[in-house]
Write a protein that binds this ligand. Structure first.
Ligand SMILES: Nc1ncnc2c1ncn2[C@@H]1O[C@H](COP(=O)(O)OP(=O)(O)OP(=O)(O)O)[C@@H](O)[C@H]1O
Length: 364
C-alpha cells in the first residue's frame, strides 16, 4: 500500500520508513518544519534544522520521496502559545498531546490522504490492533518507551488510518540494530529530548518570554491564606510538588511535610498543605476521547471500572470513571492522589487505552 511516514530525522521514524519499504510498501516520507531553525540550534530535539537534513538523508538512502512541510505557524499557535497560556492559567500542560492532535494527526494526516495514501505511520511506541469493537490502542512491548499516555486523544478514525510499527519492538537497542543493518545515517543519533521545542530543561525561559507574569514572584500560602513564604513564579510549580518551597519544609522539621495543593493563577499564589490531608479522590476531565463503546445517541453513558494514569510516568491507580455532559467525565479514585489541571488522565484496561481527558479541578 501507499503509506506516508512521519519522519522526524530521528532513529525511530527512520527505521519505520525502512521497515515499511522492506515490506514492499510504497513509502513517502514527510517532515514537518516546526519552528525557526535560526533559533533552534539545539541538538537532540525532534524538530531542529539538522533533523530535516537527517530525514532527507535517510529518505535518499532508502530511495523514497521526501517532503518538508512548513508547519511553523500552526505549531506556534496550537502548541507553543497554548503551552504558555496553560501555565498562565496555573496548569501543567502536556504539549506533545497538542502537537499530535493539532499538527501531526491533523495537517500531516490530511496530507497523507491528499497524496492517496492508505495509511500514515509514525515512530511512536504504542501498539494498535484489531479487536472485537474495532481498532484498539495498547501499550507497547517496550514499556520503558511507552507513549500511549501521550496518544490518548487519538480518535478511532485517526487510529484506523495510523500505523505504529515500533510498538512490537523489544527495546531501543533492537531499533538501533535495525537502523545499523539498513545502513541508515542516523543509527547512532542520540534520542530526542522530552519537549522538542525547549532546550534541555529550560522551558521556563520560553514561558517567561511569552507570558512573563507566570515567572513573577508571589506568596506561598496555606489553605487559610496565611503567608508562609515566597515563590519565584507559578510556572515553576505543579500540584503535589514539595521542592522549591524555600524553608517551609525545613522550618517545620519534625512537623508535617508540605506540598503544593493549588496554583491560584489570578492571585499569583501557591497554596500548600500537608501531604496526607491534601490528596483528592474526585475530579473532572474535559475534552474526553473515548476508544471504547460506541457512544452513539441513545446509548447509556459509559461508566467504567478501570486503571487511570495521571502523569506521563506514574503508576496506574484504580478508579471509577463516569461519562458526563459535554465531553466530560468524573473520576473517582479508590485512594487519594494529586492530579494537576492541564495534565492528562488516561484510562487503561491492562495494556489497552480506553480513552482519556484533561484534568480540571474547578467546579464547572
Ligand atoms: N518534525 C517532525 N516531522 C514529522 N514527523 C515527526 C516530527 N517529529 C516527530 N514526528 C513523528 O512523531 C513520532 C514521535 O515523535 P517523538 O518526538 O516522540 O520522537 P521519537 O520517539 O524520539 O522518535 P524519532 O527517533 O523518530 O525522533 C516520530 O517517531 C515521528 O514519526
Amino acid at each position: 500500500m501507499r503509506i506516508l511516514v512521519a519522519m522526524s530525522g530521528g532513529v525511530d521514524s527512520s527505521v519505520v520508513a525502512g521497515l515499511l519499504k522492506d515490506e514492499g510498501h510504497e513509502v513517502i516520507g514527510a517532515t514537518l518544519q516546526l519552528y525557526d531553525h535560526g533559533q533552534a540550534t539545539k541538538t537532540g530535539s525532534c524538530c531542529a534544522g539538522r533533523d530535516i537534513m537527517d530525514a532527507r538523508a535517510v529518505a535518499d538512502r532508502l530511495g523514497i520521496p521526501h517532503y518538508v512541510i512548513d508547519a511553523e505557524e500552526r505549531f506556534r499557535r496550537s502548541v507553543i502559545d497554548r503551552f504558555a497560556e496553560s501555565y498562565a492559567r496555573g496548569e501543567t500542560p502536556v504539549p506533545c498531546v497538542a502537537c499530535n492532535q493539532g499538527v501531526k494527526f491533523s495537517d500531516l494526516l490530511g496530507m497523507a490522504r491528499d497524496l492517496g495514501c492508505e495509511a500514515m505511520a509514525t515512530g511512536h511506541y504504542v501498539r494498535r490492533h484489531a479487536g472485537a469493537e474495532g481498532v484498539e490502542m495498547h501499550r507497547p512491548v517496550d514499556l520503558d518507551r511507552d507513549q500511549s499516555w501521550f496518544l490518548f486523544a487519538t480518535t478511532s478514525a485517526q487510529l484506523d488510518f495510523l500505523r505504529f510499527p515500533l510498538g512490537e519492538m523489544p527495546d531501543k537497542e533492537a531499533v538501533r540494530a535495525v537502523a545499523m543493518k539498513m545502513g541508515l545515517p542516523v543509527a547512532s543519533k542520540p534520542d530526542s529530548q522530552d519537549i522538542c521545542f525547549v532546550p534541555q530543561g529550560s522551558y521556563v525561559d520560553l514561558v517567561e518570554t511569552l507570558r512573563p507574569e507566570t515567572l513573577e514572584a508571589g506568596d506561598i500560602v496555606d489553605a487559610t491564606g496565611r503567608v508562609l513564604g515566597r515563590h519565584d513564579g507559578i510556572a515553576r510549580y505543579t500540584i503535589g510538588q514539595s521542592k522549591r518551597l524555600g524553608d517551609i519544609n525545613t522550618k517545620s522539621a519534625g512537623g508535617v511535610r508540605q506540598m503544593v495543593t493549588r496554583i491560584d493563577a489570578p492571585a499569583r499564589r501557591i497554596v500548600v498543605g500537608p501531604r496526607d490531608a491534601s490528596g483528592r479522590t474526585e475530579f473532572r476531565l474535559r475534552d474526553m476521547n473515548w476508544l471504547v463503546g460506541n457512544g452513539q445517541a441513545g446509548e447509556a453513558r459509559r461508566t467504567l471500572r478501570c486503571g487511570v494514569q495521571l502523569r506521563a510516568r506514574e503508576a496506574v491507580r484504580q478508579a471509577w470513571v463516569m461519562e458526563s455532559d459535554d465531553g466530560q467525565a468524573v473520576v473517582r479514585l479508590d485512594e487519594p492522589a494529586w492530579p494537576a489541571p492541564g495534565q492528562a488522565c488516561v484510562l487503561y484496561a491492562d495494556t489497552r487505552v480506553l480513552g482519556g481527558g484533561f484534568i480540571r479541578l474547578d467546579a464547572a
